[in-house]
Design a protein around this ligand. Structure first.
Ligand code: BGC
Length: 912
C-alpha cells in the first residue's frame, strides 16, 4: 500500500501559493484492502524554509501544530485544517492511512507560505522617466515602454549550501518578467506573473534561489516586458496600457543560515535600469531581440541567452540617445490590487517538437512544419555571424503549399533575433504563439536541427486517456486534448494565435467538463474563478464575457448567456470532478451572485422567472440559422432561461451540500423558473417548442423534460408527485424528437457552442446511442472527423473553418485552435467509456459503457481524486463484448451494463 499525490490545495508541495483555507488530499494505491478505516494527519513547522523531506525522527521532535488522531471520517479528497499559518514559513504534513484489512502506510508532503499579508520591505520600482529633452523622452520611451532590465549587485557573506533551499526570492514584475541571478534564469517558469485581474490583486511568486547564489558579490537582474498588463490586447487593433502604463518590479531576497535569516537584497531606489536587448515585445506581435545590445546590460559572467561573454572589453558603442544604464524611481502601480501570494500555476515548458519537415514553398519560402499545432515558441540554436538577422513568423496552416497567416488578423506573431556573433540558444521572453508552421527568414542558410518548438502551458497534467479501435477517433481525442493544452496558458483562452487570446467565459464554460476529465484542473480553475468573482464584485454579480476583464467599453461587457453562466457551471464541474467542498465553499459566493443578479433583473422587469431581455451569444456558431452570421437558430431567451434554471438549481444543490439555509430559497426559485419555462417553451405534448437539435438537447440535459405528466403537460411545481415512469416518458419523447431532427438533417449535427456540448449525451441518455455514434463517426461536413480528415491536429473554431479542398474559409474569425467543439470528449468519457461521477470526486462512480461494433474497442482511464478508474470494452466479431473495470481504493461504482445487469463494484479489477 502506498500513499501518493499528497496535495495541498490541489498542488504538490506548493511554494508560495495562496493556501488559505488550507486543505489536504491524497490518493492510496497498491492496496490489498478496499477502504480506509481511518487516517491521521499531522502538521508541523519545518526548518529551514521548505521541508527537505522529514527524517524518521522528525515527528518525535517536532512541535506538532495539528494532529487529527485516528479520524474515521477523514476525507482523502478534501481534508480542511484550520491553522494560523505564518508568512514565509515551511510546513511538513504527514498522512497515515489504515485500511480495512489492517495494512497501513504513511507519506509526507510539504508546503511553504509566501509573503501572505506581511508588509513588503522591498519597494516598487520603475525605470526613471526623464523628460528633459525630446531625446531624453525618447530614451525613457525606449527604456520604459518596451522592455527594460532592473539590476542590483549585492553581497552574500555566508557560504551557502547550495542544496539546502536556504534562500528565497519573493518577487513580482509588471507587465511580465524574468529574474536572472548571476546570469542564470531563476526557476522554470515563463511569462510570470501571468495574466490575472490585476485591478484586484497582483500575484507574487516565491522562488528557491539558493542554487543561483554564491558567497561574495552577486547580481540580480529583473527583465521586464509589456505582457498583458500594458502591451496591446483586444481585437480590432486592441488597446495598450489597459492595466498600467509603466513597467514595475518589487523583490525581496532572503538568505538563511544557522544564525538566522538575513535580507540580502530588496528593490529600492539604489537599483539601476539597463537597456534591454529586447527592442520590441508584446503578446500578439512577438519580440525582437538584438543580442548585440547584451553587452550594455551584461551581467557579471553570462548573459541571458546563456552564452559566456568571453571578451567583456569588446563592448559595442552605445547608439546615440540611449544610455545603457539609468536610474530607477520609486513608483507603485496605480489602479491595481494588492500583492498576494500566487494562485496561478506557473507557465512552463511541457513538451518539445523537432522539425518534422523543412518545406521550400512555391513562393520560395522556408517553412518549418512541427507536425502539431502547439502553443509556445521556438528555440533557435544560433551560430551566426555578428549582425545576422533571423525572423520566424507563426502560422497554423499552409495555403496553396505556401505560408499563410491572415487568419491571425493583426497579430504579427513574429520573433526576430539579431546575432552578436556568439553561439546562443535564442528564444522569445515576453510572448507566445499558436502555431504549427514557422516561416524562417534569415540572412544565412539554416538547418532543421537548429530549431526546437516548445509547448508552453500552465503546469497541470493529464489524468484522462481514451483509446478506441478507430484511428480517426483517436486523432480527434488527441486534437481535443491539444485544444486544451494550447488554450490553458494561465487563463482559458479562446485561441492562442490571433489578436485575441482572451479568457472568454463561454468557451471556458462549455469545455469545462471535458477539461476536468482530461487534466487535473482544480488549481487552474481556482485562480480563474478567483478573478471571476473579483470582476463580478463591481458588476453587481454579473459575469463578464472575458476574465480577466478588459476595461469598460472594450468588449460587449457581461451577462450574456451562456458566457456568464461560467460563473456557476465551472465551479460545479470542478466540484463534481474533484470533490473539494473547501473549494466549493470558496467559489459559492460567485455562483450565488450570478443567480441573484439574474433574479434581480427578471424581477425588475416582471420576468416572471424567465430571461426576457439582454444580449446573448447563445448557440454561437451553430449551423441551423438561415440568416447568415454567427448566431444559431435556437431562441436565445429560451437558452438563457434554461441556463438560469440550471444555475439556480446548482446553487440550491451547492447550498444544501454546504449546509446553508438558503438552499430552500434557491430550490423554490429553480422550480419556479422550470415551471415558467415549461409554460412558455413546451407544447401540450411536453415537447420543446424550440424545434432545433440544441433546443431538445438542452431540455434533456438540464432536466426540463423530467416530471412531465403522461399527457405531456407540464407538471410544474408538483414534480415530486409524478412517478418514475412519466419522468422517463417526457425525456424519451424529447429524445425521439431530437433523434428525428438529426435524421432529418441527413444524420448530421448543426449545433453551436451550446448544443454541441449536450447533443451526444442527450441522445445516449434517451436511448439513441447509435445515432450519437453516427455523429461521432461522420466524416463529411459538418462533423468532427471532417477536420481530422483534413489533417487537423487541434479543434477548429468553426465546423467549416477549412473547406474540403483545404482552403481556409474565412479570415475574420477563424482560428484552427478553439476548443469548444472538443467538448465531445466529455461524452466519450462519460458515455462511451461510461465513467461518470455519481458522487463528487468519483467517491462513487457510475460505470455505464456503451459498446458497439463500430468502434471495435475502447480503453478508458481516469486518474480521479480517489485514484485510477478504468473502463474498457471490446467487441469480437460475433458481437460478444468483454468489459474490464478498475475501481480505486476507497471508492465504489454502480455498474450498469447494456443488457440490464447492474452491480455495485468495490475497489479492485473486474471482468465481465
Ligand atoms: C472568440 C470566441 C468568443 C466569441 C464571442 C470570438 O472572437 O474567439 O470564441 O467566445 O468571440 O463573441
Amino acid at each position: 500500500m502506498k500513499i501518493e499525490k499528497l496535495r495541498v490545495n490541489h498542488l504538490e508541495n506548493p511554494l508560495g501559493f495562496a493556501v488559505c483555507p488550507l486543505s489536504f488530499s491524497w490518493i492510496v494505491t497498491d492496496a490489498d484492502g478496499s477502504r480506509q478505516r481511518w487516517a491521521r494527519i499531522r502538521v508541523a513547522e519545518s526548518c529551514p524554509y521548505h521541508a527537505s523531506m522529514a527524517e524518521e525522527s522528525f515527528w518525535e521532535q517536532a512541535e506538532i501544530l495539528f494532529d487529527s488522531g485516528e479520524d474515521a471520517d477523514a476525507d482523502s479528497m478534501d481534508y480542511p485544517v484550520s491553522l494560523d499559518l505564518r508568512p514565509r514559513t515551511g510546513y511538513l504534513w504527514e498522512v497515515t492511512v489504515m485500511a480495512d484489512n489492517g495494512e497501513s502506510a504513511s507519506a509526507t508532503g510539504c508546503f511553504e507560505t509566501g509573503k501572505m499579508d506581511e508588509p513588503w520591505s522591498g519597494q516598487w520600482i520603475s525605470p526613471k522617466m526623464e523628460e528633459k529633452s525630446e531625446n531624453a523622452s525618447q530614451q525613457a520611451e525606449d527604456a520604459n515602454q518596451v522592455s527594460t532590465i532592473l539590476a542590483k549587485k549585492f553581497l552574500v557573506d555566508e557560504p551557502l549550501e547550495i542544496s539546502s533551499g536556504a534562500a528565497r526570492l519573493y518577487i513580482c514584475g509588471l507587465g511580465v518578467y524574468e529574474c536572472w541571478i548571476n546570469g542564470e534564469k531563476v526557476g522554470e517558469e515563463y511569462l510570470a506573473p501571468g495574466y490575472h485581474s490585476y485591478d484586484f490583486h497582483l500575484q507574487a511568486q516565491t522562488y528557491d534561489v539558493a542554487p543561483y547564489l554564491k558567497a561574495g558579490e552577486n547580481e540580480i537582474c529583473i527583465w521586464l516586458g509589456e505582457g498583458w498588463f500594458k502591451g496591446r490586447l483586444g481585437f480590432d487593433g486592441g488597446f495598450t496600457d489597459i492595466y498600467g502604463d509603466r513597467l514595475y518590479a518589487i523583490a525581496e531576497l532572503y538568505v538563511k543560515n544557522e544564525q538566522g535569516e538575513k535580507l540580502a537584497v530588496r528593490t529600492d531606489d539604489t537599483w539601476e535600469s539597463r537597456v534591454s536587448p529586447i527592442t520590441f515585445n508584446n503578446i500578439y506581435d512577438g519580440e525582437v531581440y538584438d543580442a548585440r545590445r547584451e553587452s550594455w546590460s551584461a551581467s557579471l559572467t553570462e548573459n541571458p541567452t546563456g552564452n559566456l561573454l568571453e571578451d567583456d572589453e569588446k563592448i559595442l558603442s552605445e547608439p546615440a540617445g540611449i544610455s545603457g544604464y539609468g536610474a530607477v524611481e520609486l513608483a507603485a502601480p496605480e489602479r491595481c490590487g494588492a500583492l498576494t501570494d500566487r494562485y496561478g500555476l506557473p507557465i512552463v515548458k511541457k513538451e518539445s517538437f523537432a522539425v518534422k519537415e523543412m518545406i521550400h514553398t512555391p513562393k520560395d519560402e522556408t517553412v518549418l512544419d512541427f507536425g502539431q499545432e502547439i502553443t509556445g515558441w521556438v528555440e533557435i540554436d544560433c551560430d551566426f555571424p555578428e549582425g545576422t538577422k533571423i525572423t520566424l513568423s507563426a502560422g497554423e496552416i499552409l495555403q496553396n503549399d505556401c505560408f499563410y497567416r491572415e487568419n491571425l488578423r493583426t497579430a504579427k506573431a513574429e520573433f526576430t533575433y539579431i546575432s552578436n556573433g556568439k553561439r546562443a540558444l535564442a528564444r522569445p521572453h515576453f510572448t507566445f504563439y499558436g502555431f504549427r508552421y514557422m516561416k524562417v527568414e534569415c540572412d544565412v542558410s539554416v538547418r532543421a536541427d537548429q530549431f526546437t518548438a516548445w509547448h508552453l502551458r500552465s503546469d497541470f497534467d493529464q489524468i484522462g486517456q481514451i483509446e478506441t479501435g478507430n484511428a480517426k477517433v483517436n486523432q480527434l481525442f488527441s486534437n481535443a486534448l491539444w485544444g486544451q493544452k494550447d488554450n490553458f496558458l494561465d487563463v482559458p483562452t479562446d485561441c492562442p494565435q490571433r489578436d485575441e487570446r482572451l479568457g472568454w467565459t463561454g468557451d471556458a464554460q462549455v469545455f469545462s467538463e471535458t477539461a476536468c476529465y482530461n487534466m487535473y484542473m482544480p488549481a487552474f480553475y481556482r485562480k480563474y474563478l478567483w478573478d471571476m468573482r473579483a470582476e463580478q464584485s463591481i458588476l453587481g454579480g454579473s459575469v463578464p464575457n472575458v476574465v480577466p476583464r478588459l476595461k469598460q467599453g472594450m468588449v460587449a461587457e457581461h451577462g450574456s448567456c451562456p458566457w456568464a453562466d461560467a460563473g456557476v457551471i465551472i465551479p460545479w464541474n470542478v466540484y463534481q470532478h474533484y470533490g473539494s467542498k473547501t473549494l466549493l465553499a470558496e467559489t459559492y459566493p460567485g455562483m450565488k451572485a450570478w443567480v441573484d443578479c439574474q433574479r434581480k433583473r427578471e424581477e425588475s422587469i416582471e420576468g416572471p422567472h424567465l430571461v426576457k431581455d439582454g444580449f446573448h451569444f447563445a448557440d454561437w456558431l451553430a449551423l441551423d440559422n438561415e440568416q447568415p452570421g454567427p448566431f444559431g437558430a435556437t431562441d436565445p431567451l429560451y437558452i438563457a432561461s434554461a441556463y438560469y434554471y440550471r444555475c439556480a438549481d446548482i446553487v440550491a444543490q451547492s447550498a444544501q451540500i454546504l449546509g446553508y439555509e438558503e438552499a430552500e430559497e434557491y430550490r423554490n426559485l429553480a422550480e419556479a423558473i422550470k415551471k415558467a419555462i415549461r409554460e412558455n417553451y413546451f407544447d401540450d405534448n411536453g415537447l420543446c417548442k424550440c424545434e432545433t437539435q440544441t433546443g431538445s438537447a438542452i431540455a434533456i440535459c438540464f432536466g426540463l423534460t423530467d416530471a412531465l405528466d403522461c399527457a405531456g403537460k407540464a407538471a410544474g411545481a408538483a414534480s415530486e408527485e409524478v412517478g418514475e415512469k412519466s419522468q422517463l416518458d417526457g425525456k424519451t419523447r424529447e429524445g425521439d424528437a431530437l433523434e428525428a431532427r438529426v435524421k432529418a438533417n441527413n444524420d448530421h449535427l448543426n449545433t453551436g457552442f451550446v448544443g454541441t456540448t449536450m447533443l451526444c449525451p442527450a441522445l445516449t441518455a434517451t436511448g439513441h446511442n447509435d445515432t450519437a455514434v453516427t455523429l461521432l463517426l461522420n466524416e463529411d461536413f459538418p462533423s468532427w472527423l471532417y477536420s481530422v480528415n483534413l489533417g487537423a491536429t487541434t479543434i477548429w473554431e468553426r465546423w467549416d473553418s477549412v473547406g474540403p479542398d483545404g482552403t481556409i474559409s474565412a479570415e475574420g474569425m477563424n482560428s484552427l485552435n478553439h476548443y469548444s467543439y472538443g467538448s465531445i470528449e466529455a461524452w466519450m468519457y462519460g458515455y462511451v467509456c461510461g465513467i461518470r461521477p455519481a458522487e463528487p470526486g468519483f467517491r462513487r462512480a457510475i460505470l455505464e459503457p456503451h459498446p458497439g461494433q463500430r468502434l471495435h474497442f475502447v480503453k478508458g482511464k481516469l486518474e480521479t481524486p480517489m485514484g485510477l478508474y478504468e473502463s474498457s470494452w471490446s467487441c469480437d466479431e460475433s458481437g460478444k463484448v468483454t468489459y474490464t473495470f478498475t475501481v480505486p481504493f476507497g471508492a465504489e461504482a454502480e455498474l450498469r451494463l447494456p443488457d440490464g445487469r447492474t452491480k455495485v463494484l468495490t475497489a479492485g479489477k473486474w471482468v465481465f
